[in-house]
Every structure is written in structure tokens, then in C-alpha cells.
Design a protein around this ligand. Structure first.
Ligand code: NAG
Length: 340
């Protein structure tokens, strides 16, 4: 009976994407195997998995928070219909950013510079079988060790298919230029980030600075924001290799028009949206999302200052580069831009 309800619910939620059809026909776990896995997903106090709690729970249905998240899903799906033409098929390699929690039935697409360290910590607690109690006891660098969490790309096609249908899929996004400036500040203005200076900084300076000093060419330690913007807009950059994940668009990292995310969280309402997800997981998980009170966090005013030195011509081109992230996640054109 439960299984029947789950199926109805999944259909009702409009999750039948091309991708699912594709995986479904390619191969599928047999129903008995699916049932077995479904029973092993942790069901909270209410006896529901997080996905069931989201779409089936009367208690949640009434809340305004529920309505906000439903509107976000609808907006995302209507923007996808309007702006994406061809729906290409996903390969397992496209699923490298989806972190899997097989205990609770969660899929989280991590986006760097959008609280992803804290989400990885939380997922390590959730999947750690009691190894950790508090997310903050996990050092930040430990949270990024790839063997500590599994990603969906590591599973077989039927296993991927099964998880996409039955797990709660969520993502956290942020105002695109604020995220970009945050990435720039973190990777290019901190003296300790020598790996990024060597790997990207030296190249950026070589290509986009006139008369660079030998020291700058050697160390790549003093990339200016304008130079970083020229690098992003240079066709050669993406021709050579995909953008680094810190400045790659969410649209390209998480494929939100193919994978139908159940919850779109926002950095702007991080605490509220994180606790919403943890409530869907089940309150007795007893986990608090770490609150960040960093005063040096990149905000709108700070972002505006970085864009002062960028000409309207480049502002417009950069906006076009990140336009899908603006459209899909309901961010408006920043008022500090001079592109009208
Ligand atoms: C989109 O953003 C506007 C203003 O920022 C807000 O009023 C509106 O509710 C948002 N829509 C959705 C679907 O989130």
C-alpha cells in the first residue's frame, strides 16, 4: 500500500523527466529489490521518508514555508520550459556534484560558495552511523575529502534511477554575482591559496595583464577582479577546460532543468531553509545546521564595489554568462549594474 502511495506521489509531483524515462527503460531494479531498499531508508517519527514528508504530509502542507518552496519549484520548471530547448541526456559523470545519503534518502547537489562545507559536514553526521554528533567537530578540510561522502556518479544506472525517484533532492543557490565575488575573494585575494594562484592566477595574468612583472607571472598572487572577469569572458577559457567549480554556473553543475529538485534552498534564507530540510529529515535526527556569523561574508554592497571598475560592456557580457542562474532561481538584475 505504501509503495502504491509513493508511486502516486512521485507522479503527482511531476518528477517524470526525460532522464527518468531514459533510466527507467534502460534498466530498473526489480520491484522486490526496490521495496527492500525503500524499507532500509530511515523513516522519521512520522514513519515517512523525507520525500514523503515533503509531498504527503498534511502538517507541512498548510505552512507558508511549504508554499514558498512550491512556488520556487514551479518557477524553476516554467523557466526551464521557456529557456531550455534541447534536453540532453545525463551521463553518470554529470552527477558528480550530487552527494548521496542512503540512510535518510537524500540527494544534495553541492555548489561551492553556497554553504557547501557546512552541508557536507551535516551529511557526514547524517551518514556517519554515530561517528559524529556535531557538524562543527568536523574540520573544514575533512568535509572536502571525497572519500568521506558518496556521490551519485559512483552508482550503477539502476541504482541512480532508483535514488532519483525515491530520494529528496535538494540544492542551495545564491545571488550569482555575489557568489562570483565570493569565489574571487576566497581564491585570489588570500595569500594562503597558492594552489589557485599557481593554477589559475599565473594564466590569468599572462593573458590578461599588459606588462606584468616577473613576480606576478611567476606567482599569480595578485589577480585583479577585472582580470578575472576578462578570463571568464575569454572564449579560449571554456574551450580549454570547463570552469572551475567555484565559478561554474549552478545550471552546469547541478542540471536543475533535468534533475527535478524538490527543495531549492537559498543562501539569502539559509538558516530557515536548512532547518526546513532537517525537519523533513526528521527532528529526532537532532542536528543543527551550523550558523555562520562571519562578518567578512560577501554581501550586495561589497559586490557592487567590485563591479564599479567593470565597464558596462563587460558587465553586460558577464551578466549574459550567468543569466540562466538569474532566471532559474528568481534573482533580479543587480541595481548597481549599468547595462540598460
Ligand atoms: C521572486 O522574487 C520576488 C522578488 O524578489 C518575490 O516577490 C517573489 O515571491 C519570488 N517568486 C518566487 C516564485 O520565489
Amino acid at each position: 500500500m505504501r509503495k502504491c502511495r509513493v508511486h502516486r506521489m512521485v507522479l503527482a509531483a511531476g518528477l517524470g523527466s526525460l532522464l527518468l524515462v531514459f533510466f527507467y527503460f534502460q534498466s530498473s531494479l526489480n520491484p522486490a529489490a526496490e521495496d527492500r531498499i525503500l524499507k532500509t531508508i530511515w523513516h522519521g517519527k512520522s514513519g515517512r521518508s523525507p520525500l514523503q514528508a515533503l509531498y504527503n504530509n498534511e502538517e507541512f502542507e498548510q505552512s507558508s514555508l511549504q508554499a514558498i518552496h512550491q512556488r520556487r519549484r514551479e518557477l524553476l520548471s516554467s523557466m526551464c520550459n521557456r529557456y531550455t530547448r534541447k534536453r540532453r541526456l545525463l551521463t553518470p559523470d554529470d552527477l558528480r556534484h550530487l552527494v548521496v545519503d542512503d540512510v535518510h534518502g537524500l540527494l544534495y547537489c553541492y555548489v561551492p560558495k553556497v554553504a557547501c562545507t557546512n552541508w557536507k559536514r551535516v551529511l557526514m553526521v547524517l551518514t556517519g552511523q554515530g561517528k559524529y554528533q556535531d557538524p562543527l567537530e568536523i574540520p573544514a578540510n575533512e568535509a572536502h575529502v571525497s572519500s568521506n561522502l558518496r556521490t551519485l556518479s559512483e552508482y550503477s544506472i539502476p541504482e541512480i534511477n532508483y535514488r532519483l525517484r525515491n530520494y529528496l533532492k535538494f540544492i542551495f543557490v545564491r545571488e550569482p554575482f555575489e557568489r562570483l565575488v565570493s569565489a574571487y575573494r576566497n581564491k585570489f585575494t588570500r595569500s594562503y591559496n597558492t594552489a589557485f594562484h599557481k593554477r589559475y592566477g599565473t594564466k590569468i595574468i599572462r593573458r590578461h595583464r599588459q606588462d606584468p612583472s616577473d613576480e606576478a607571472l611567476e606567482q599569480g598572487h595578485d589577480v585583479r577582479f577585472e582580470e578575472f572577469v576578462y578570463y571568464l569572458l575569454d572564449p579560449q577559457t571554456q574551450h580549454e577546460e570547463p570552469f572551475n567549480e567555484h565559478w561554474e554556473r549552478v545550471h552546469s553543475l547541478c542540471h536543475p532543468c533535468i534533475i527535478h529538485y524538490d527543495v531549492v534552498g537559498k543562501y539569502e534564507t539559509l538558516a530557515r531553509d536548512a532547518s526546513y530540510i532537517l525537519r523533513l529529515v526528521g527532528a529526532d535526527a537532532g542536528i543543527k545546521f551550523p550558523s555562520s556569523s562571519k562578518t567578512t561574508r560577501t554581501n550586495d554592497d561589497m559586490t557592487a564595489k567590485f563591479f564599479q571598475n567593470i565597464s558596462p560592456f563587460y558587465q553586460r557580457r558577464l551578466f549574459n554568462l550567468y543569466k540562466m542562474d538569474y532566471l532559474l532561481f528568481n534573482y533580479t538584475v543587480p541595481s548597481y549594474l549599468r547595462i540598460r
